[in-house]
Design a protein around this ligand. Structure first.
Ligand code: CO
Length: 335
């Protein structure tokens, strides 16, 4: 049974100062911390002068990552950037520069990965034309897909430019992972990581609903391979509510000709839901062919022992587990 983790993140160990290059005081950078002798090297991810998140060397050191994969029984891992590196809110030239340096850095890490690490590229999604060009460049240079943030400012996934980008991906067989970021309602969630716990799942649900209810899935080629992180967020638990609304309110049906739940054959989700009951619901709604192992490692909110939720699930059959742990990802990413 091959085990492929499709949702994990990297940071290069260093990169050129974006603040020096472009000005502004909100660029990401790594403040490496002195090793206190208690284990792996650590760093603080900074956003300007603000501490954003503590990380450690599994993010940049392929050797550390391979060691962990070995311990956890993970055969292959896909690495992608963290949305803080996307620069969607910046001028497109700056976002393109970020995409190029981080995409190339991801391939450098994969080159140390003994054939077990693969990368997904980032693109300057605020400019669909530039995003298409960088996606194609990245694929030609060795990436196996792209990862995009789930919105660009106030533009949701049904934005004409984003749909154009998705159509480009469909036509060039570029697999897409959608990752939530820049969470809505954040001003009401200053504490307890509520932005990650409440708003992030809502962001992902919003993205899926915007593609379904806008009719975008009717216009986008069925060849598109698109996957949503974190099990699709709140989507699976709330799809019954959406179907009910579609049945009873014409303003919900306005642009969406088919029952919303019928579109679950148009996308995939990862398995990062952290409870047996949630994974059971998710596989019931999506089917076993459309869920792929995703850990969100090596972050504290990720699965600490990658694959445990799927492997130890009491109800899933061996063949279902095999699909979720690896087979679905092999066909989705052409691995
Ligand atoms: Co993630």
């Amino acid at each position: 049974m091959k085990v492929i983790d499709i949702h994990s993140h990297f940071f290069p160990k260093t990169w050129p100062s974006l603040q020096d290059k472009f000005g502004g005081n909100d660029w990401p950078w790594l403040k490496h911390l002195p090793n206190d002798g208690t284990g792996l090297d650590k760093a603080m991810l900074m956003k300007g002068e603000q501490a954003f998140r503590p990380i450690y060397s599994a993010c940049w050191d392929a050797e550390v990552r391979l060691q962990q994969m070995e311990e956890q029984g993970v055969d292959q891992q896909l690495i992608s950037a963290t949305p803080i590196l996307f620069a969607y809110q910046k001028p497109v030239e700056q976002a393109l520069y970020c995409a190029q340096i981080f995409n190339d850095a991801a391939l450098d890490i994969c080159a140390q990965g003994q054939g077990r690490l693969f990368a997904m590229a980032q693109v300057p999604l605020q400019d669909p034309d530039a995003a298409c060009v960088e996606a194609s460049r990245a694929m030609a240079s060795g990436h196996v897909g792209v990862q995009i943030g789930n919105h660009v400012g106030n533009k949701n996934m049904d934005d004409e430019g984003i749909v154009t980008f998705l159509q480009h991906c469909a036509s060039e067989n570029i697999s897409v992972l959608v990752h939530p970021w820049d969470m809505l309602g954040g001003e009401r969630m200053p504490k307890y990581m509520l932005k990650w716990l409440v708003a992030m799942p809502a962001e992902t649900q919003l993205s899926i609903m915007s593609l379904i209810l806008s009719g975008a899935f009717e216009r986008i080629s069925k060849d598109l391979k698109i996957c949503f992180a974190h099990g699709g967020g709140s989507f699976a638990f709330q799809i019954g509510r959406v179907d009910n609304a579609w049945n009873h309110r014409d303003i919900v049906r306005e642009d969406c000709p088919n029952l919303p739940s019928s579109y679950t054959d148009r996308f995939f989700v990862d398995s990062a839901v952290f409870s047996d009951e949630s994974l059971q619901l998710l596989t019931n709604i999506m089917g076993n062919d459309r869920v792929m192992l995703g850990s969100d490692s090596p972050f504290p909110l990720g699965e600490q022992r990658v694959g445990t939720l799927v492997r130890e699930h009491q109800q899933l059959s061996t063949s279902s587990k095999s699909k979720i742990l690896g087979e679905n990802a092999m066909s989705f990413f052409g691995l």
